[in-house]
Design a protein around this ligand. Structure first.
Ligand SMILES: Cc1ncc(COP(=O)(O)O)c(C=O)c1O
Length: 369
């Protein structure tokens, strides 16, 4: 199993290096003041520092369920399991389905692929287009595995968004064959124009929908969740208990207080979407001007621009880029078994505006060298 290239690269670069590599939110957009106020309330009560229940503090589960209900996806607190980031959610689910066969998109999120490998899941990949995976191929694969892992909204790494039709088709296949869809949705709130209904909302009993506060509020809180049918939540809770007893109580209480004011959360999300959309435009314009050979689709949300430098081995190129003090993630990292790729994933949310042009010019210099 390979270590995450992204984590390795983040550890090795110095402060002069411009990084388009990590999937990091913009720190300037964290709602620090509101989170600080919420934290102060947490420390008023010593009980908040005590051990707590494994499936998550009841009022936070209730509030997360409320977010689903607001969108018309009927959900009770008993449908929610709080996890230590959605990464732990993926681990718990993979443990539950260990040694099963599973459909994954290609390219896909390396953190999930590694978790599936570690738990003996046999992955069968289906190529991902910018509007989702082809429905016929999904149906063929799913009829065999009865388990699939998809990231329909602003996928990591591809930035792709499933069309309504592909969502409906995927849901249809799941209902036809039974089994489960694992829908990973950490970027769903980061849409630039409008939110698409989740596939899970079409198949509430046959889905495990993963959410997270990492991309919307702060990854350091390490709070995510799984939405699934009640029976499944009970089974997954047994696995979670063996891992960490419960997710950080302090983080959960902070979020619980923070979400008391839903209007401020909504206002924060709207500001975040606006700011990321503006950053995306700056980034894609700078790409067109400074890295002319790069072919890509303009993303409709999320944190990444994905595309290709035709004929270029982007893994080899990134080694030269490191010397020029700029990094990105070469896409061979996101495929199950592909040593060569001419594709790149760029993160556009983290870098400051003045570094974008400079960073892309450094890549262009390495490319032309
Ligand atoms: C698709 C996807 N799933 C899950 C995660 C893990 O997120 P969390 O911080 O909630 O553990 C990430 C993080 O980048 C991701 O991109």
């Amino acid at each position: 199993m390979k270590r995450s290239f992204i984590r390795e690269i983040l550890e090795s670069i110095d402060s002069d290096t411009i990084s388009f590599a990590g999937g990091l939110p913009d720190e300037k957009l964290f709602p620090i003041e509101d989170l600080r106020k919420a934290s102060e309330k947490v420390f008023e009560n010593p009980q908040n520092l005590q051990y707590t229940v494994s499936n998550g503090i009841p009022s936070l589960r209730e509030k997360i369920a409320g977010l689903y209900n607001k969108e018309g996806f009927e959900t009770k607190a008993s449908n929610i399991l709080i996890t230590t980031g959605s990464q732990q959610g993926l681990f718990i689910i993979a443990k539950y389905f260990q040694n099963s066969k599973i459909i994954v998109e290609e390219p896909s999120y390396l953190g999930a692929v590694n978790v599936f490998r570690m738990n003996g899941l046999e992955m069968q990949s289906v190529p991902l287009a910018y509007d989702g995976i082809e429905s016929r191929q999904f149906e063929d694969g799913y009829s065999n595995t009865k388990l699939a892992y998809l990231i329909p909204d602003f996928q990591n790494p591809k930035g792709s968004l499933y069309s309504s039709e592909k969502r409906r088709e995927a849901a249809k296949s799941v209902l036809k064959h039974g089994g489960y869809l694992i829908e990973d949705a950490p970027y769903s709130e980061l849409y630039f124009d409008q939110k698409m209904p989740s596939i899970s909302s079409l198949i509430p009993d046959n889905s495990l929908h993963l959410g997270s506060f990492s991309k919307t509020l702060s990854p350091s809180l390490r709070i995510g969740w799984i939405r699934a049918n009640e029976e499944m939540i009970k089974r997954l809770t047994v696995i979670k208990e063996t891992i960490d007893l419960h997710s950080c109580g302090i983080s959960q209480y902070i979020l619980d207080h923070y979400l008391d004011d839903l209007n401020s959360y909504e206002t924060h999300l709207a500001a975040l979407r606006g700011a990321y959309k503006a950053k995306m435009h700056i980034f894609t314009k700078a790409l067109q001007e400074n890295l002319k050979e790069f072919q890509f689709e303009v993303p409709k949300g999320g944190m990444f621009v994905f595309g290709s430098l035709p004929g270029v081995d982007t893994f080899e190129l990134v080694q030269k880029c490191i010397k020029e003090k700029v990094v990105y993630v070469p896409a061979n990292q996101f495929y199950l078994d592909r040593p060569l790729s001419d594709e790149i994933r760029f993160n556009f949310t983290y870098t400051a505006q003045h570094e974008v042009e400079e960073g892309l010019q450094r890549i262009n210099k390495a490319l032309k060298a």
